[in-house]
Design a protein around this ligand. Structure first.
Ligand code: SF4
Length: 296
């Protein structure tokens, strides 16, 4: 892979140098620094200052134009890996919309990762490009979601967004990410989620277990005090540290991913895992991030 020098806002995707990542090569663009959704388990909150106060990147569009001229033809740009491109200020600023219009006009492939139904506002732009949308849903229980992802749009709204995007012909995958022990790991709840999103038009589930950092584990233990001892035992005592993150023991991760795979396949959906090193569980020929559909 040839490294591209001099990029200003686009970055080559680096999944923490994780040996367990199965992503294809791609670039990433974050129109905003920080995110307003305040998810308890968020990984990015650990390493970005004032993360909970999202602000636009300086001179985003000018710098983006500069970078797009340097990318290889057909490059895949993922929006976004370290914030939500539809974080609350996007309602007013429309920076993601403007960036998308530029990227799509230059024929690059785009992958959107979001928890916001605001993405449907841009269906007109998205439907002109080689685009896939990944919507993260960790539970269909709106009250549990309010606890886990306090400022993000409700799962009900996200499922409606899936329906609307799919109807517009835009491929949508769901990230059931992360699966957190004792919180959203009940197979019956997972099946309810997968059956709902399958009805709404999703074509693939990509799933992953929660990887703990000390700050995110602390937030989860404060929100769910009765689970504190069990979470600490699973992650800090029995778990394994990989690339700076505490992973669940191998057999526990595998059990969870096999459960999500079995249910996804029951509903006729492709299945992949994210940052687990379980490529053997992925539906053959399908990328873990949803980018398969951007080649069409
Ligand atoms: S939406 Fe994503 S980036 Fe934003 S707080 Fe939640 S996990 Fe973090």
């Amino acid at each position: 892979m040839v490294r591209i020098r001099g990029l200003r806002v686009i970055r080559e995707f680096d999944p923490w140098g994780s040996p367990l990542c199965t992503c294809p090569h791609k670039f990433t663009l974050n129109p905003y620094t920080g995110c307003g959704h305040h998810c308890l388990y968020c990984y990015a909150r650990s390493y970005i200052r004032d993360f909970d106060k999202p602000r636009p990147k300086n001179r985003l569009l000018i710098n983006l134009l500069h970078d797009l001229d340097r990318l290889p033809k057909n490059a895949l740009i993922s929006m976004s890996e370290s914030s939500d491109p539809y974080t609350p200020p996007e309602h007013r600023l429309r920076l993601t919309r403007k960036a998308l219009s530029l990227i799509i006009s230059k024929r690059f492939r785009v992958l959107i990762i979001t928890k916001s139904d605001l993405v449907t506002r841009d269906a007109d732009v998205l439907s002109k490009g080689r685009v896939a949308v990944a919507i993260t849903i960790t539970t269909v229980d709106d009250s549990l979601a309010r606890k886990l992802e306090p400022e993000a749009p409700s799962p009900t709204n996200r499922i409606e967004a899936i329906r609307r995007l799919s109807k517009s012909g835009i491929p949508v995958i769901v990230r059931l990410d992360p699966v957190i022990p004792f919180i959203n790991d009940d197979p019956l709840d997972v099946e309810e989620l997968i059956s709902e999103v399958a009805k709404a038009g999703v074509i693939q589930i990509s799933s992953s277990t929660y990887k703990a950092r000390l700050d995110s584990l602390k937030r989860l233990c404060s929100a769910f005090p009765s689970l504190k001892d069990k979470l600490i035992d699973l992650y800090l005592i029995r778990g394994v540290k990989i690339s700076g993150y505490y992973y669940l023991p191998y057999e526990v991760r595998l059990k969870y991913m096999l459960m999500v795979k079995e249910i996804s396949e029951k509903y006729g959906l492709a299945f992949t895992t994210c940052r687990e090193g379980f490529k053997f569980l992925n539906t053959p020929g399908i990328y873990c991030d949803g980018s398969t559909y951007t080649y069409i």
